[in-house]
Design a protein around this ligand. Structure first.
Ligand code: FAD
Ligand code: NAD
Length: 402
């Protein structure tokens, strides 16, 4: 009798950790495990704002999948998922197709544009290594054009960022570090470059602890970031954003949209029911109505019965969901009961560029400045340890031991 096939789609935090846990938990005779990913590398999505600003190298932010997974246990397919034919238990890829008995959908996020005209066509997005590297190169290109005299329009040096959620804030923090370096390199007066972050809500980081938000805002303003809060982006054009009821134009050579995320559109296109941008999965992380399909990470959200709100959707929860998903797949194969996902919230820390950061850890203890930055580095390295052990921490880790 052939072995059951488990197919994992996407090698982000959720997919990588599921494949890793399955390869550790299941005996070879229990199941075949396969992982499909667009590239032969796994990237650290939580570092992408650094790649986009040019403060971190793209290569430092990615890991060869075959270096960290047991390739004797996990078959790797480097291909792009096109469609999930869930009623036929097969997945269509750009270059072929694969069948499965059990499926884990972990295809991650894509930028949500909320139908705002021009965002799709004109704004740059921090979505993956390539789109982030493109932003870095685009910014540098604007500086090169200006300093060489090809373009003398000062607006082209402006960097406009739409949305001051965590991605927008972390990105402008890195820009506050990078822009002075670029000014020096291209011999451009720092005063000529504006970093403008536009946010519709009455505050940046809406919903986050007020004093931490104030701390972040002040730290960034002190380093030259301009905020336009309570300002809704109505449209994006080739020149910049059109904002507010009076349709004011803000022009810039670089326009980046960090206004929100949703599930990879393949999920909805494959017929999964999408509610508020994601699949609302059962407590055991299975898609409603499907005994053999799990949807995890940024493609889904899980309701917390206690608070009557969904658990947070981020890298921290994606990693924890992978544990529950792998245990539940093991339980299904062994005909044991499944567990409910329970999010163990460990806090939120956001970097603000350089050695600055802020956030809360454990029982809402607040951290600011260098101690928050040290904590952020520990969080980053902890993940490297989980996915690749001490070897990967030594190779890519952010905490300096020497
Ligand atoms: P992803 O990380 O998006 O991975 C999806 C994978 O699927 C990728 O490898 C991709 O190549 C692959 N893929 C996509 N489409 C296809 C396809 N069609 N075929 C094959 N493969 C495909 N969260 C935190 O908890 N803490 C943070 O500090 C934090 N910082 C962040 C900073 C930034 C700049 C951003 C953008 C997000 C941050 N987040 C953070 C959120 C966090 O990164 C996401 O919640 C997390 O990446 C979700 O993990 P995932 O595995 O679901 O998806
Ligand atoms: P988000 O949805 O958290 O923030 C988007 C922001 O854009 C919001 O503040 C929203 O009000 C604003 N916005 C939306 N439409 C707008 C408009 N028309 N005009 C002006 N502003 C508009 O999205 P994100 O920042 O990309 O974060 C995505 C996920 O990743 C979140 O779950 C977040 O917590 C997580 N993340 C976490 C960290 C961290 O923990 N350090 C860092 C980055 C991202």
């Amino acid at each position: 009798k052939s072995k059951p096939k488990i197919l994992v789609l996407g090698a982000g935090y959720a997919g990588m950790m599921t494949a890793k846990r399955l390869s550790q938990q299941l005996k070879p005779e229990e199941a075949e495990i396969a992982l499909v990913n667009k590239h032969n590398y796994h990237y650290l999505t939580t570092w992408l704002h650094e790649v986009a600003a040019g403060t971190e190298e793209p290569n430092k932010s990615r890991v060869m999948i075959s270096d960290v997974l047991n390739t004797k246990r996990v078959q790797l397919h480097y291909d792009t998922v096109v469609e999930i034919k869930k009623d036929e238990q097969r997945v269509v890829l750009e270059n072929g197709e694969l069948s499965y008995d059990y499926l884990v959908v972990a295809l991650g996020f894509e930028t949500a544009t909320f139908g705002i005209p021009g965002i799709k066509e004109h704004a740059l997005k921090i979505e993956n290594i390539n789109s982030s590297r493109y932003i870095r190169d685009h910014i540098e290109y604007q500086f090169a054009r200006y300093s060489s005299g090809v373009d003398r329009n000062e607006d082209s040096l402006n960097i406009l960022v739409g949305g001051a959620g965590f991605t927008g804030i972390e990105f402008v923090g890195e820009l506050a570090k990078r822009v002075p370096e670029l000014c020096k390199e291209y011999n451009i007066d720092r005063e000529k470059v504006r970093i403008i972050n536009v946010e519709a809500a009455p505050t940046v980081l809406p919903g986050f602890s007020e004093d931490l938000v104030e701390y972040a805002k002040k730290s960034l303003e002190d380093r030259g970031v301009e905020f336009r809060i309570g300002t809704k982006i109505q449209e994006c054009t080739e020149k910049g954003f059109i904002v507010g009821d009076d349709r004011e134009e803000i022009n810039a050579g670089t326009v980046v949209w960090t206004g929100g995320v949703q599930a990879n559109s393949i999920v909805g296109e494959s017929g999964f029911e999408i509610f508020k941008g994601k699949v609302n999965v059962n407590e055991d992380l299975r898609a409603p109505g499907y005994e053999n399909i799990f949807v995890i990470g940024d493609c889904s959200w899980v309701m917390d019965k206690e608070s009557d709100k969904p658990f947070a959707v981020n890298a921290q929860s994606a990693i924890q969901e992978a544990d529950t998903c792998a245990s539940n797949l093991t339980a299904l194969l062994r005909k044991e009961p499944l567990q409910s996902f329970q999010f163990d919230y460990k806090g939120t820390v956001a970097s603000l560029g350089g050695s600055d950061a802020m956030g809360t850890v454990l029982d809402d203890k607040k951290l600011y400045g260098m101690s928050a930055k040290a904590m952020k580095n520990v969080i980053d390295d902890r993940y490297l340890f989980l996915v690749g052990g001490p070897k990967l921490v030594l190779k890519k880790g952010k905490v300096r031991f020497f």
